[in-house]
Every structure is written in C-alpha cells, then in structure tokens.
Design a protein around this ligand. Structure first.
Ligand SMILES: Cc1ncc(COP(=O)(O)O)c(C=O)c1O
Length: 439
C-alpha cells in the first residue's frame, strides 16, 4: 500500500502518469496562489506551466473564486437541453466577441477532448446536410495532439496514444509534421523553413479526392509533442488549399486560446481564420472544466435548416454550459480584459524569448523555441532511454521549486500570463542548475 502521511494513495488510478513511480515518490500539492503552488510542507513551487496550459489568469484569483462561490449557491445545475440559464448565453456572446471575425457561434462542452470530437462531428454533419455526405474523411497531422477521445486519437499523431486502442476511426489520413532541426533549430518565433509542407495536403487530396474529405484539423502550435511552431506561411497555405477543395479547416486552440500567443486566439495572431476553433483550458482559467467549439456563421446557418421543431445537431453533454463553468468563464474573461492579460503576454514575449534563448550552450540543449508566453527546450535524448533526460530535469526542477512539463525529451513552458520578470529569472536560473546537474 502506498501512503503519504495519513493519505492512502492506492485507489486513484492516475491519468497519463507512471502510477507506480509516483506512488513510490509522491508530489502532493496542497494549495495555490497567483504564480505559485504550495506543497503540504509549505514548499513554494513556481508554476512554469499554468497548471497544464490552463490557469492563464494565475491561481485562485479572488474574482473568479467569488463568482464560482456565488453561482454554486444560486443555481447549481440546469441542463442546456431545451432549457437555459442566462450565464451560458452571456458567455457565448462574450467569447464570440473576442473570436476571429465570422466565428459567431459557441457550442459548450467540458474538455478539450470533447471539443475536438464535437468539431469533427460538426464537420461531418455539415457536409451531409449540404448534400455532400461522401465527405467523411478527416485529415490530422503527425505529432498532433487532439485529446483522448476516439476522434481525437484518430486524427492525432502520437503513437503511444494510438497503438493500444484498435482500429480507431476509419478513413483518417495525416499530414507530415513540420519539425526539422536541420533547418529550424534555435529559431526565434516562427521558423522560416517549412511552409511547403502544407502542400502535402494537395497530395492527400489527389490520393483520396476532395469529394471524400470533410475537414483538416491542426493545432496552430503543436503543444503536446514538444511545442512545434508553424513555419511562416504554413497555416495560410493550409487555409488556401482547404478553400480550393471545399474542405473545412479546424484549428485546435485548446492550448493556444486565451492569450497564450499574445492575442485572444492564435488564429488572430497568425492572421488565418479557420471554420471551426476548439477551445478549453484558458476559457475558465482552469478553475471549472469547460471546453467549446467556435463555429462560423455559415456552418451554424447550414444546420439551421430543416423543420423548426427538430433538433438540428444530435450532440451535447449533460454538463454542456454548466452554470459553474459559465460563471467561471465570465469572471475569467472579465479579468483578462480588466488586467489586459493578452496584451501583457505580447509585451512580455521578447523578454521571455530572450530568456529562453539564453539557455543556448547549456549541456544537451539541441533546440530552443518560443512565441508569446510559450517556450520549449529540446534535449538530446540519452541513447536507448528516450524521455529520461527530460524527466530527470523535471525532478530536479521540482525539488528546486519549479514546475515544468516534459513531452518526450522536450521541456515545455507556458506560465500564467501574470508572470513578472523576477519569475522569468527564477525559471532560467532553476533550469540552468538542473541542466548542469543532469548532464
Ligand atoms: C491541442 C489540444 N487539444 C485537446 C486537448 C485535450 O484537452 P483535455 O485534456 O481537456 O481533454 C489538449 C490537452 O492538452 C490539447 O493540448
């Protein structure tokens, strides 16, 4: 039996975790405030990853806490199926106000994975309603992460997330990923090389025929496979090819939404507007689970045909638009606006990027990447032991008071948007010590 103090750790089957290693050496968090977590023995841990790319407004902000407390005492739950409460309508209006032009409708879910499955289903149903029911194929990308639903792992491109789970969705194909250290190592911001990789979509269209393809889904910045920035011009080329062939373009903005790139959405930052955006995480600053899909007016209008008494989209979750999540979302959007946090992320970008790139030359660092308040440090894997080097750095940093995230042998950083210079310095100093100590 695994115990930590009086706590029995046995029964919780932990997600995406090496359960036995964790339970042998647990890391337990007790509370959080602003930029910091605190352990049970009151050790301060600087949060270098905003929880998990979600607590963009920092932890336990009183304004969000109060809004949720008030809501739970007023209306705990109401279904959104044929019933409504004001906050979810308000939230839809507020989030579409900051969305790219033309994405005028918001469908709410509870997570990024659900947002992805919802967007894929919207795309399939949209074509069918328009009389193009042969468009059933979905195109993802190698090294993509779109959550863990069957739709998401099918279009995703992470082998460990796919190989155990059978045949997945039929009729999926994948674009090549864009990561190439020979051409792009140590790029600041977007790499110059690689826009031509979007042309692979033309090859896929030629192979399957456009009449069989419903949608292409990509993360504007791929997060979970090591923070891969889109080459300059790449996303626009995807947009152009999709338009040429009547294919919908979905941007999975679960991590890039809500200020991470210095704008409300990466679509705005990169000047490319997709037909559907998936979102989650920063929508409520991680306080209450919530995700959503932003849809273009054209897609929504296509569904709003047929008899008026009929359900237009046979899809939804018991907790779609949950009052607590809606209240948290509204308070979060208020805070982002009041404190100008998206602009702040953009303002900090240069200092943050310089700090990340100051790690060049440290042991085993083979690439550094940055944009907005995102940073990545790619390490040379230990021969025959992939992921170990980065995990060793993770453990060192944690013991030294810094939470980072590792994906493969890449360290990913995505701090709360309230980060100050002193925190950036501390992140760099702690990482420097850890990289030297694990060399
Ligand atoms: C791009 C992207 N899509 C989807 C997801 C899945 O979100 P969730 O874990 O909320 O289901 C994630 C999670 O990190 C993500 O990064």
């Amino acid at each position: 039996m695994s115990v930590s103090g009086d706590l029995n750790l046995n029964s919780f089957w932990m997600p995406f975790t090496s359960n036995r290693s964790f339970k042998a050496n647990p890391r337990l968090i007790e509370r959080a405030q602003g930029m910091f977590y605190y352990t049970a023995d009151n050790r301060e841990i600087l949060d270098g990853i905003a929880g998990l790319w979600c607590c963009n407004a920092g932890h336990c902000h009183p304004q969000i806490v109060e809004a949720v407390q008030k809501q739970v005492a007023t209306l705990d739950y109401a279904t959104a199926f044929n019933l409504g409460h004001s906050k979810v309508f308000e939230l839809a209006e507020r989030v579409t106000d900051i969305a790219p032009e033309g994405l005028d409708y918001a469908f709410f879910v509870n997570s990024g994975s659900e947002a992805v499955d919802t967007a894929l289903k919207m795309a399939l149903a949209y074509h069918r309603i328009r009389g193009e029911g042969s468009r059933t194929r979905l195109i993802g990308r190698e090294r993509g992460y779109h959550g863990v639903g069957f739709g998401g792992i099918s279009v995703g491109g992470i082998v460990a997330n796919r190989k155990m789970f059978g045949t997945l969705l039929a009729g999926v194909d994948h674009l090549p990923h864009t990561h190439n250290l020979d051409h792009n190592a140590f790029s600041q911001g977007l790499p110059a090389w690689g826009a031509h990789l979007a042309d692979e979509l033309e090859r896929i269209v030629a192979l399957h025929d456009a009449s069989t393809i419903a949608a292409v889904i990509v993360e504007p910045i791929a997060g979970s496979t090591g923070v891969l920035m889109p080459p300059k011009g790449y996303l626009q080329r995807l947009r152009d090819i999709c338009d040429k062939h009547g294919i919908l373009l979905i941007f999975d903005e679960v991590i890039t939404g809500f200020g991470r790139t210095g704008k409300a959405f990466a679509s705005e930052r990169f000047g490319v507007t997709p037909d559907l955006i998936t979102m989650a995480k920063g929508l409520t600053s991680g306080v209450v689970p919530m995700g959503g899909v932003l849809a273009s007016k054209h897609i929504y209008d296509t569904f709003m045909t047929g008899p008026e008494n009929m359900i237009e989209f046979f899809h939804g979750y018991t907790y779609s638009g949950h009052p607590l999540a809606a209240a948290a979302g509204l308070a979060t959007l208020d805070l982002y606006k009041k404190e100008g946090l998206f602009a702040r992320a953009l303002e900090m970008e240069q200092r943050w990027g310089d700090a990340i790139h100051s790690l060049k030359g440290l042991p085993n660092v083979i690439d550094l990447r940055n944009l907005g308040l995102i940073g990545a440090i790619e390490l040379e894997p230990i021969a025959g032991q992939p992921t170990k080097r980065a995990m060793d750095v993770f453990a060192r940093c944690y013991d030294d008071g810094l939470l980072i995230r590792t994906t493969g042998d890449t360290i990913a950083l995505s701090p709360p948007l309230i980060i100050e210079d002193e925190h950036i310095e501390r992140i760099v100093d702690t990482l420097t010590r850890a990289l030297k100590a694990t060399a």
